[in-house]
Design a protein around this ligand. Structure first.
Ligand code: GAR
Length: 208
């Protein structure tokens, strides 16, 4: 059974999707053993506690820079003996001390079709604001491995939704979460836990 550590910063609907998927047997070969939040008091922590999952809070604002913060995260991941780290609405970019120690062992969900609307400054509702400003007709979400560059690691799964004329950022966000993120993140986690993701030439492929 692989140990899954989930990193969060907010409401935690993606965490909830993972918890539900574990309970219903959609996630095979893995178990969420710890949830770490970069902010105290967020609802994601309550979701974990409601399901009996141990939590830790490592507040980003208590560290002077990304490097020292990432070192604290690295210590926690090592202590938890994480086999897989899932960034589920985690709003801090991790330094290479973490991404190098956990190469192809960190999965992120990004609410756009990478390589569009991604990288530094593209997070949460801002991503959907920019997609609507641009006038794209489809958007979606990407589940990918995390490397030292923001939102640039190997893509595991992507899914799309149509963008409608009257969409607001919040409406588009919700459509993408419901139709793509909450389904593809648990699916990718399950594939990882069953060793069904193959890396070849820096790209990720699902094994048949
Ligand atoms: C989700 O849409 C997630 O894809 C996004 O923030 C939201 C968090 O919601 N993540 C990013 O923008 C990371 N770059 P949640 O806390 O309800 O899962």
């Amino acid at each position: 059974m692989k140990k899954i550590v989930v990193l969060v910063s907010g409401g935690g609907t993606n965490l909830q999707a993972l918890i539900d998927a574990e309970k219903s047997g959609i996630i095979k070969g893995g178990k969420i053993t710890c949830v770490i939040s970069s902010k105290p008091g967020v609802y994601a922590l309550e979701r974990a506690e409601n399901s009996g999952i141990p939590t830790r809070v490592i507040p980003r604002r208590e560290y002077p820079d990304s490097k020292t913060y990432s070192m604290a995260i690295l210590d926690a991941l090592n202590e938890e003996k994480a086999d897989l780290v899932v960034l589920a609405g985690f709003m801090t970019i991790l330094d290479k001390c973490v991404t190098k120690a956990y190469t192809y062992k960190i999965i992120n969900v990004h609410p756009a079709l990478i390589p569009s609307f991604c990288g530094e400054g593209f997070y949460g509702l801002k991503v959907h604001e920019k997609a609507l400003d641009y006038g794209v007709k489809v958007s979606g979400a990407t589940v990918h491995f995390v490397n030292e560059e923001a939102d640039a690691g190997a893509i595991i799964l992507q899914g799309t939704v149509d963008v409608k004329r009257d969409d607001t950022p919040a409406i588009l966000q919700r459509r993408i979460m419901e139709n793509v993120e909450w389904k593809l993140l648990p699916k990718a986690v399950s594939l990882f836990c069953q060793d069904k993701i193959e890396i070849s030439d820096g790209k990720a492929y699902v094994k048949e």
